[in-house]
Design a protein around this ligand. Structure first.
Ligand SMILES: *Cc1c(COP(=O)(O)O)cnc(C)c1O
Length: 394
């Protein structure tokens, strides 16, 4: 790990982690090699035994991947980072590295859909069980703790309602019982929220979203103190879902513009949220940056801004929401988020479509709800695109 003087995030984003080769290249090199050669039999033996640091095989490490890991660790203020093939691989690796048969997870009831499937359908088969509790009620987390509880897992703000989980309060509850706290920091990224400073033990990322930010590659990461990431590394090295060098190179360059992208996208989201809140065809807006958000004060304490995701309910139901989507000519109709291109989704019929209507209603995901992940287009153009559908509803 290179020296990390107290540079500001914008400096770390373009400088941290870079290792130049003998050629002195200015931009980070992409090392497309699956294995590495040794100078001698003795050196090979030392590399394999761990006596000498260095690359052996790309499932263990690759210099381009290492540069990405060091840069992301620097931005998160983490001692270490291990990169993974995708966000889901990061969550799987974290769980299998730190949990065993009989262990129990307490998790937020508004997690990314595939994370819920992973806990319920895959980890459950290994004898690791999960209790889902209210995202916003720390007392419910405390009440769900069992002697075998080893992990609190959360994601904040939640998708699509942008509810905020109180990381500091949950960390205090967990640490009193020796439980680890992992935060999926995909929506905020270290630019807007630094979970380790709020007491979390581990961070997972889907780098596919804002870190790439341009919808090109899949990737993920686990960040935290070395004593915890070391276990994740051992799992990855053996089980195999490591990040490809090419994707690491794309993501490394993605990190360089993350701050200016996300700040511009969040500013766009804030203006759009204000405009939507005053729109006669909009019943309600969900955006942590709005004073009307029930946890606006908590959001201000733990995030630098409201982020770039805005959800809103149109008056009426599915027909009205679909009309808004179908009149869009600019916004992309896709469930992805974190892209420079603004996306629009109807959660009740897509990302949350497999949940029963009763469970959906209980979670507050109504038929009139739409989620927008704001990109880098001019806000006026986004408003005009949404207005095309909204103006027909009156
Ligand atoms: C997309 C996403 C994931 C999964 O990431 P992949 O890179 O698609 O595997 C996990 N958590 C959140 C919050 C996400 O948005």
């Amino acid at each position: 790990m290179s020296e990390r003087p107290s540079y500001r995030p914008e400096t770390l984003a373009v400088r941290a982690g870079q290792e130049r080769s003998q050629f002195g290249e200015h931009s980070e090199a992409l090392y497309l090699t699956s294995s590495f050669v040794f100078k001698s039999a003795a050196q090979a033996a030392k590399r394999f035994s761990g006596e000498e640091e260095g690359n052996v095989y790309a499932r263990f490490s690759n210099p381009t991947v290492t540069m990405f890991e060091e840069r992301l660790a620097a931005l998160e203020g983490a001692e270490d980072c291990v990169a993974t093939a995708s966000g889901m691989a990061a969550i799987m690796a974290l769980c299998l590295a730190h949990l065993k048969q009989g262990d129990h997870i307490v998790a937020s009831n508004s997690l990314f859909g595939a994370t819920v499937q992973l806990f319920n359908n895959i980890l459950s088969r290994t004898g690791i069980s999960t209790t889902f509790v209210s995202h916003t009620d720390p007392a419910a987390w405390a009440a769900a703790i069992r002697p075998e509880t080893k992990l609190f897992f959360l994601e904040t703000p939640s998708n699509p309602l942008t509810e905020i989980a109180d990381i500091r309060a949950l960390a205090t509850i967990a640490h009193a019982k020796g439980i680890l706290v992992a935060v999926d920091n995909c929506f905020c990224t270290p630019i807007l929220q630094r979970p380790l400073e709020l007491g979390a033990d581990l961070i997972v990322h889907s780098a596919t979203k804002y870190i790439d930010g341009q919808g090109r590659v899949l990737g993920g990461a686990v960040c935290g103190p070395k004593k915890l990431t070391e276990e994740v590394f051992k799992y990855l090295r053996t089980a195999g879902p490591t990040l490809s060098a090419f994707n690491a190179w794309v993501l490394l360059k993605g990190l360089e513009t993350l701050k200016i992208r996300l700040e511009a996208q969040a500013a766009g989201a804030a203006s759009l949220a204000v405009w939507l809140e005053s729109h006669p065809q909009v019943a309600r807006v969900f955006y942590p940056g709005l004073p009307s958000h029930p946890q606006h004060e908590l959001a201000k304490q733990q995030q630098k801004s409201g982020g770039a995701i805005v959800s809103f309910e149109v008056k009426g139901g599915r027909d009205q929401a679909w009309a808004v989507v179908d009149h869009c000519q600019l916004l992309s109709i896709t469930a992805n988020l974190g892209d420079t291109k603004t996306t629009i989704t109807h959660p009740a019929s897509t990302t949350h479509g497999r949940i029963s209507p009763e469970a959906r209603a209980a979670a507050g995901i109504n038929e009139g709800l739409l989620r927008i992940a704001v990109g880098l287009e001019a806000v006026e153009d986004l408003q005009a695109d949404l207005e095309r559908g909204l103006s027909r509803l009156g």
